[in-house]
Design a protein. Structure first.
Length: 259
């Protein structure tokens, strides 16, 4: 083989090898990241809640409070709620937050008089769950445990007709241990059901606290879903002249972003 032939053969070899090498390099450097199995969700929540129960502050007898969801919405002074969720490797990590402030007043007694009520509330929950082997297709069921923080600032003003009025205010914060269950079921690739429930307190802070949420949702895209349902939270707590024995309940909505 002459020198020219050797150079021509080397050039042909390099020409045919270069695309293969380039393809191998693209497999290494241009490949999509490996899915580690974890899925994340960030959501904006809406809770159109009524309030029923008895609340007492600073030695005043507990006053009955009955605020409908429409009344609460009418007298709402501000609110924000959201949640975060991560699932993977049979684990569930979940947290939610809500801040709201409402005020209302009502005429009472046959001769008139007025009772004014204002409540500012902060709720925060953090849960860890582990998936149970239910062997139902498209269903994930988790046993959960965690903490729920509750903060309430309450102002009650009583203005009777024939007696001097009085005003009391108080605030209280506490943390309850909670245990419960969380369920997610895919009806099909679009529709799904979510259910969460827990019980806690056990006399450590609250005498008892109960919470339940059930929603039906729809996947609009791979990254956006919305859901609609009902949520209720009951708490029985008393300490240092502060009494809160009430249920919040009402329609619940969620707009979720998945990644």
């Amino acid at each position: 083989m002459t020198g020219k032939s050797r150079y021509l053969g080397l050039a042909l070899a390099l020409a045919t090898a270069t695309p293969v090498a380039a393809a191998d390099a693209s497999d290494v450097y241009g490949a999509p990241p490996i899915d580690n199995g974890w899925k994340y969700q960030v959501a904006l929540d809406g809770w159109f809640t009524a309030l029923d129960g008895s609340i007492g502050v600073r030695g005043l007898p507990a006053a009955d409070v009955n605020v409908s969801a429409l009344d609460a919405l009418e007298h709402l002074e501000g609110a924000f709620a959201g949640s975060f969720q991560a699932t993977g490797d049979s684990w569930l990590l979940y947290s939610d937050f809500m801040w709201s402030k409402i005020s209302a007043d009502a005429d009472v007694g046959p001769f008139g008089g007025n009772v004014g009520f204002e409540q500012e509330q902060i709720l925060f929950a953090a849960l860890v769950g582990y998936e149970l082997p239910v062997n139902v297709q498209n269903m994930q069921l988790y046993a959960t445990g965690g903490l729920r923080y509750q903060h309430y600032k309450v102002d009650i003003a009583i203005d009777p007709v024939f007696f001097p009025g009085t005003n009391r205010s108080g605030s209280q914060s506490w943390v309850d241990p909670i245990v419960g269950m969380a369920l997610h079921y895919d009806i099909n690739d679009r529709w799904f059901v979510d259910v969460m429930a827990d019980v806690g307190g056990f006399g450590i802070a609250s005498d008892i606290t109960l919470q339940g949420t059930a929603t039906v949702g729809y996947n609009w895209t791979d990254t956006i879903s919305s859901s609609f349902g009902y949520r209720a939270l009951y708490t029985d707590y008393s300490d240092d002249g502060f009494r809160y024995d009430a249920t919040q309940h009402g329609l619940f909505t969620r707009l979720s972003f998945h990644f």
